[in-house]
Design a protein around this ligand. Structure first.
Ligand SMILES: [Mn+2]
Length: 317
């Protein structure tokens, strides 16, 4: 598949790269890392990165304004996005050919070519491996590409901590750091938090009451977010908050937004993506997202998660 993707890239003059809504470092890293790698390798090609910018990720890259007509005859690549609904900028269908590159479970296949590797820690790791495949044909990596791909890998692996981190991950990181980008500046940008977020975290930590099942529940109604001046989007920065606490097997965030309660699920053992799938969501076995539409429905979801955690306690695999 990697070879087919490289052949397609070879064939097209204009290449437009998309990623998912609510971007994270892996979305930007894989999208812009791939773009800059193609530019370095093929200086005559036109490569564009599209989607709404997230100002908190401006330190990684800035995106392009794209007139519609550029899609005509173009190759479109979508990185790090499991399903079509989550693709940022819905013009992705307007090109000549569509390629999906992703590491999430392939529940909703799309595209003329698909490269999905759920064993990869991140899409950025896959883009590094695409480079390895193309290396003998002259594919080029540079300092900026290395910085972007490294950021994506670090972001999706929680700094090489999550079980998705493998020998492949370290292999990629090992070569990427030889490009001598400013790693300290990158980490400073990725992990600094503002004072209100730090205080909000304190509030959440002191509110933890683990349930008998080993599940911890964080309910974040709008008035609480308002009191700390924390936006619903910002809550993703402390989603791993309960990971170090003894006795907690899984935890769930319910974040109240306009007309919807967004759910973020994390686990250290119980498989939680099946519950997520029942509540308008999905994702990885140990990290998923979902949506509910009332606090009553949130409580139903908590019950379903309790069950999964209790089953895990009784039969840990
Ligand atoms: Mn990813």
């Amino acid at each position: 598949m990697k070879e087919k993707i490289i052949n397609s890239i070879n064939q097209y003059h204009t290449i437009i790269i998309h990623r998912h809504v609510r971007p994270d470092p892996d979305a930007y890293g894989s999208q812009v890392g791939l773009a800059k790698m193609i530019e370095a390798t093929y200086p005559n090609k036109k490569v564009y990165v599209v989607g709404e910018e997230d100002p908190s990720l401006n330190y990684l890259a800035r995106l392009d304004e794209m007139p519609d007509e550029k899609y005509e005859g173009a190759l479109v690549i979508v990185c790090d996005t499991a399903n079509e609904e989550r693709i940022c900028d819905q013009r992705y269908t307007q090109g000549d050919k569509l390629i999906k590159i992703d590491h999430h479970p392939n529940r909703e296949p799309y595209g003329d070519l698909m490269w999905v590797d759920t064993e990869a820690s991140s899409t950025s790791e896959m883009i590094y491996e695409l480079y390895l495949e193309g290396k003998s044909d002259g594919w080029k990596l540079n300092k900026e590409v290395a910085r972007l791909l490294y950021a994506g890998i670090v972001g999706d692996t929680g700094r090489f901590l999550f079980p998705s981190t493998t020998e492949r991950t370290f292999n990629a990181a090992q070569e990427l750091v030889t490009y001598n980008f400013d790693r300290k500046a990158l980490y400073d940008n990725m992990y600094q938090v503002s004072l209100n977020i730090a205080k909000f975290k304190g509030e959440l930590l002191s509110s933890i009451e683990p349930r008998e099942s080993g599940l911890a529940v964080f309910k974040l109604p709008k008035d609480l977010l308002d009191r700390y001046e924390v936006s619903a989007d910002e809550t993703h920065t402390f989603v791993s908050i309960a990971g170090d606490i003894k006795g907690i097997h899984a935890w769930v965030f319910f974040v109240e937004e306009e007309g919807v309660i967004r759910v973020r699920l994390r686990s250290k053992g119980p498989v939680i993506n099946e519950v997520a799938a029942k509540f308008n969501g999905g994702g990885h076995p140990m990290a998923s997202g979902a949506k509910v539409f009332s606090w009553e429905e949130a409580d139903e979801m908590v019950k379903a998660l309790d069950q999964v955690c209790l089953n895990f306690e009784n039969n840990p695999s």
